[in-house]
Design a protein around this ligand. Structure first.
Ligand code: PMP
Length: 405
């Protein structure tokens, strides 16, 4: 079955906008996706009819807010095939999710221990481990990538040792679009007894994430890259690992007993969720997940691939354009450079034509240095983009090339 893109687009009110009289062509989906009306409605409805704090009030509104909030947790657990609802920890996003794990790890590491990450990392999955290692006197090792943007698996094997305590890698690279063989990497890491964290910020929106099948210990993602609100995300963790993971933030909601000098921690998921959570955000994310699950994921994937294939063909035919990241397994991310021009200038000229892309280091400065470039222009496609929008991108690039030549 092919995808009815027009019907899908109609659910996203923002996509009808114009920029400077030109139709908006939104190609910055790896930064954040747009929100369907059903998610916007869930947020408005919560604040209009149900707003109260969760888990505390002995009153109707609090009970209803708690029911919806915990219902959203159950939806997310079901979406990623978690074994239990309490394996889903609400966070403010992927960044906070990784910080929770890295901070806990910093308390568990000893001198001589090793952490393994890759050259592909977003800063959120790099700086966190740098800090954890520094605190413990542990070593951070980095798996290199080939020029294609694919990981060097032989180097991964060499760098994985009996001292490796944590292996962390992205499901999908935000800068290059590379899809990593996460099941294979996880199996190798588990064989040496390491914990495994998958940064799923970019992987989650492409569907089909099954945390049990992957076999990892942690999978982190953000609501806003999955058609949900900003300020909400998830740390999924295997229950047997999470239940004893050192706590990071402390305060209300996460405790069991408190005296003036001592405190004990509550059960999962609360022990890792201090303070009043982003209740509306969680409910909005639950709505986004339910909406996404109602779609035909195989058709979405085919559509995204068609967009990427078409854009890649036009890019290859475009004189003076260099694609950064040519992995065989890629999602709809086209990072590129226009010969003789700075990505920021390209982005500026595209914006004047209504085409929204990302320019810069893609929050991956070391990776940009690895490629010897200051950054890229990055067009990233989502399920509601069209082949005509890809044409608009390249028409705008033609103009940019003329103006910058
Ligand atoms: N990792 C990757 C691969 C990402 O693309 C992003 C967001 N750009 C993050 C981590 C951080 O996500 P957030 O800013 O939503 O916390």
């Amino acid at each position: 079955m092919s995808l009815d893109v027009a019907a899908l687009r109609a659910q996203f009110p923002i996509l009808t906008q114009s920029v400077d009289g030109k139709p908006l062509v939104y190609l910055d989906n790896a930064a954040t996706t747009q929100k369907p009306q059903i998610v916007i409605d869930a947020l408005v409805d919560f604040y209009t009819t149900t707003n109260a704090n969760v888990h505390r009030g002995a009153h109707h509104l609090s009970d209803e807010a708690t029911r919806r909030y915990e219902g959203a947790r159950a939806s997310v657990a079901n979406f990623i095939n978690a074994t239990a609802r309490e394996e889903v920890i609400w966070t403010s996003g992927t960044t906070e999710a990784i910080n929770i794990v890295a901070n806990g790890l910093g308390q568990l590491l000893a001198e001589g221990d090793e952490v393994l990450v890759t050259e592909l990392e977003h800063h959120a999955n790099l700086v966190t481990w740098q800090q954890a290692c520094r605190r413990a006197g542990a070593t951070l090792n980095i798996v290199p990538v080939f020029d294609s943007g694919e990981l060097d698996i032989e180097a991964f094997d060499r760098l994985l040792t009996a001292n490796t305590k944590m292996v962390a890698f992205p499901h999908v690279s935000n800068a290059l679009g590379t899809v990593n063989p996460i099941k294979q990497l996880t199996a190798k890491a588990k064989a040496v007894g390491a914990w495994v964290l998958v940064d799923g910020a970019q992987g989650i929106a492409h569907g089909g994430v099954d945390v049990q099948d992957i076999g990892c210990d942690f999978y982190a993602f953000s609501g806003h890259k999955l058609f949900g609100p900003t300020g909400i995300g998830v740390l999924w963790g295997r229950k047997s690992v999470l239940k004893d993971w050192p706590v990071w933030q402390v305060g209300g909601e996460m405790i069991k007993d408190v005296t003036y000098h001592e405190a004990t921690w509550g059960e999962l998921p609360n022990r890792l969720e201090a303070g009043t959570p982003n209740i509306a955000g969680a409910i909005g994310m639950g709505a986004a997940v339910a909406w996404f699950q109602s779609l035909d994921v195989a058709a979405l994937r085919r559509h995204e691939k068609a967009l990427l294939d078409y854009a890649t063909k036009l890019a290859n035919d475009f004189e003076g354009l260099r694609i950064i990241g040519t992995a065989k397994e890629k999602v709809g991310v086209l990072s590129f450079l226009l010969e003789g021009s700075h990505p920021a200038d390209v982005g500026f000229i595209l914006d004047r034509q209504g085409v929204a892309i990302r320019t810069g280091d893609n929050c991956a400065q070391p990776l940009m240095k690895r490629f010897g470039i200051p950054g890229t222009a990055r067009a990233s496609f989502s399920i509601y983009n069209t082949l005509e929008e890809v044409d608009s991108l390249f028409a705008a690039l033609k103009k940019a090339k003329m103006m910058l030549a």
